[in-house]
Design a protein around this ligand. Structure first.
Ligand SMILES: [Zn+2]
Length: 337
């Protein structure tokens, strides 16, 4: 197997420069299938000529790692994928511990093969994990801006670090994902214009029903602040408040007010023991939903297990959350309460 060693072994037409001043690349102009990873170094202050030079590698134009090849980013090295450049990996990428891949704004990495990530992958551009693409390893994928920058059709088993929460008009988003829980509310009038649920989520519910063959009745979709107030107050009349807090959100803190959540089937823990409920648990992520309050995660979400409550995230993000095995709070790195 041929290997792309970013350490400096020449690739087909890899340009490596090791001098103490930045060089312009000697890019081939006629052969569009050739591979160019230009090297620069950061030793601009020009200390001793024989000092170790950390050479960063730049992907500045479209490049493909073919099926038989492995691209290796070693300890201390950084591979930049620049604005306008697309790195397509049909073979493999190995980012070793201490190595870094930085997809810059406007740059893309399309993964058809496997990436072993033991270093870091920083996403400021676009990452497409195609159906057979897989990222594994002990490294961290850091999403700088938005989960919309990832399209995951494959598998990501590496740890994902989300951007910090951002508040906009009283609503909190993490990498573009709206978060509402006991800690993060939405404004009183939020969602007032919504019908049952947002269109994408509803259309997907219909598709899920059709594919599964189960009825999957929609028990509850959008709920207004006022309705949530009535519900919460009612439960407090018939139940101990500490108990109510585990199954009913306070007004302004319900995911149902966002139109992104639905209660499906039966509002009972036993729903998961029905064929329909089990199907929903096992398959909803394929359609863009997650079981928002998983079993055994009461202390992580602040709510009892609810096999009927699904949250719309869109296919890619739902897959990432599913692969992570984490609650949404853990995945986004936010507190539940
Ligand atoms: Zn619900």
């Amino acid at each position: 197997m041929k290997k792309y060693m970013i350490a400096g072994v020449l690739l087909l037409s890899l340009t490596v420069t090791g001098c103490s001043t930045q060089q312009t690349s000697s890019r081939p102009t006629s052969n569009t299938s050739s591979i160019v990873i230009n090297a620069i170094n950061d030793n601009a202050s020009g200390v001793q000529a024989n000092a170790p030079v950390r050479s960063d590698r730049i992907v500045s134009e479209n490049l493909t790692v073919s099926a038989a090849e492995t691209l290796t980013v070693k300890n201390g090295e950084t591979l930049y994928i620049q604005n306008g450049a697309e790195l397509t990996v049909d073979g493999a990428v190995s980012c070793e511990n201490g190595g870094a891949i930085k997809i810059q704004s406007g740059g893309s990495l399309l993964l058809n093969g496997k990436m072993t990530l033991n270093g870091s992958l920083e996403l400021g551009g676009f990452l497409g994990i195609r159906e057979k693409g897989e990222i594994n390893g002990a490294g961290v994928l850091t999403v700088l801006n938005s989960f919309d920058d990832v399209n995951c059709e494959g598998t990501c088993l590496a740890k994902i670090k989300a951007p910090a929460p951002v508040e906009k008009d009283g609503v909190t988003y993490v990498g573009g994902v709206l978060i509402v829980n006991k800690k993060y509310p939405v404004p009183k009038d939020y969602g007032a214009e919504l019908g049952l649920v947002i269109d994408d989520a509803y259309d997907t519910l219909l598709k899920m029903r059709e594919d599964s063959g189960y009825a999957m009745p929609l028990v509850s979709g959008y709920r207004s602040y006022e309705l949530q107030t009535e519900l919460f107050e009612y439960y407090c009349e018939i139940d101990d408040i500490a108990r109510v807090e585990m199954y009913s959100a306070r007004p302004g803190h319900s995911e149902h007010q966002t139109g992104l959540a639905m209660d499906i089937g039966e509002l009972s823990e036993d729903y998961v023991n029905t064929e329909e409920g089990a199907w929903l648990t096992d398959n909803c992520y394929k359609y863009g939903f997650i079981i928002r309050f998983p079993k055994g995660s009461e202390h992580k979400t602040g709510y009892d297990y609810e096999p009927w409550h699904i949250r719309w995230l869109g296919k890619s993000t739902a897959k990432l959350v599913y692969d992570s095995g984490l609650t949404l709070e853990e995945f986004l790195g936010v507190d539940p309460t």
